[in-house]
Design a protein around this ligand. Structure first.
Ligand code: TPP
Ligand code: MG
Length: 371
């Protein structure tokens, strides 16, 4: 008996090889301009820079925590750019690339990880809900939202599709499996986008499933596909098609983006405790940015001037991210009580008053010490 066969790359959809060669796929024609290809490269580089800066800011004590997306840029940017303005995304906590594509400014993400905001952004303004830490729960939210879209009669060619982002570990959660079934029996317009980054903190993929994750969909009665998650073009083309199918009333699709979490689970984690460095070295060969760069240069779509321009844009962005993080305003400690219920609530009012009194006790103590 052996466990590895279930996760071999038997049906991996790949349009761009790790060496940067473009391969046609009969089911997923790539309908994209050279300008859009350059923009995807730019997105990948800028998103990685935001991530690198955020890790550094955490190390400098400016953030409480950060969950790095290193290695997962292509899965996120490809699928994020497949979304239209009136689609709705339900992210987990590592979806900085998706947030980027939805026009959410990096400082909104930093505010969350700095602990100065309880939420972040207006989900309706961006077509992107707030980050979810509770593993798998957003799959239920997304399914419910998608059923709402059906009931609003908002399907059709120009209608709304919903996408939910989650990890390999989340596939073991009850919420995810309930969402799959609910979405299937209701034919809900939702795309389940699983970033299989091979790890759920220190638990390897083999601890989550005896079958490849994308094959799970079949048991619920909807299609599942596995893409090369480090291939931004495959992510774009396959997600576009799945969203179209959802919009046009053909129900859910599961996309398993086969990728790798190149960094730690979060800045609190040390992956050298549970995985070997050879694994990381192997995945470095499949880096999502390097293959796009190779493709762009080999095809003469972009040259040194373009790469230098993107790098300097990334430097400017890095500088802005560092500055804006430090400038984020401190919240009033009592704000948290204002954001529990939409309507006034006597219990919350009492707790707020108690907490205000508690805070004031420090001021009194400070006064007594002559500060
Ligand atoms: C319901 C629930 N159980 C446990 C946790 C603790 N937890 C945080 S991240 C994580 C692993 C998730 O792994 P995966 O779904 O693969 O996502 P990844 O972090 O790899 O992106 C766990 C178990 C949680 N946040 N929520
Ligand atoms: Mg994972």
């Amino acid at each position: 008996m052996h466990y590895t066969t279930a996760h071999e790359d038997t049906e991996l959809i790949q349009l761009l090889t790790p060496d940067g060669e473009l391969r046609d796929h009969p089911d997923y024609p790539l309908d994209i301009s050279t300008e859009e290809i350059r923009d995807l490269y730019r997105d990948l580089v800028l998103v990685r820079r935001v991530d690198t800066e955020a890790v550094a800011l955490q190390r400098q004590g400016e953030l409480g925590l950060w969950a790095s997306l290193l290695g997962q840029e292509a899965a996120q940017v490809g699928s994020g750019r497949a979304l239209r303005a009136n689609d709705m995304a339900f992210p987990s906590y590592r979806e900085h690339g998706v947030a980027w594509c939805r026009g959410i400014h990096p400082k909104e993400l930093l505010g969350l990880f700095r602990g100065v905001t309880n939420g972040g952004w207006d989900p309706y303004e961006h077509g992107c809900q707030l980050y979810t830490i509770v593993i798998g729960t957003q799959n239920l939210h997304a399914t419910g939202y998608a059923m709402g879209v059906q009931r609003d009669g908002a399907l059709g060619e120009d209608g709304t599709a919903v996408i939910s982002y989650f990890g390999d570990g989340a596939t073991s959660q009850g919420d995810t499996n309930e969402a799959f079934n609910f979405a299937a029996v209701n034919n809900a317009p939702v795309v389940f986008f699983c970033q299989n980054n091979q790890w759920a903190i220190s638990e390897p993929l083999e601890r989550q499933s005896r079958v490849p994750l994308y094959q799970r969909a079949r048991g619920y009665g909807f299609p599942g596909v596995r893409i090369d998650g480090n291939d931004v073009l495959a992510s774009l083309a396959v997600t576009r098609q799945a969203l179209r199918s959802a919009r046009e009333g053909q129900g859910p699709t599961l996309i398993e983006a086969f990728t790798y979490r190149m960094g730690a689970h979060t800045t609190n984690d040390d992956p050298t405790r549970y995985r070997v460095s050879a694994e990381l070295d192997e995945w470095k060969q499949r880096d999502p940015i390097l293959r796009m760069r190779a493709y762009l240069s080999d095809q003469g779509i972009a040259g040194d001037a373009f790469f230098t321009e993107v790098d300097s844009e990334a430097d400017d962005l890095g500088e802005r991210v560092r500055r804006e993080c430090r400038e984020l305003p401190e919240p009033d400690p009592l704000d948290i009580f204002r954001e529990v219920y939409a309507e006034p609530n006597s219990h919350i009012d009492r707790q707020r008053a108690d907490f205000a009194e508690y805070l004031a006790s420090f001021e009194d103590a400070g006064a007594n010490e002559g500060r």
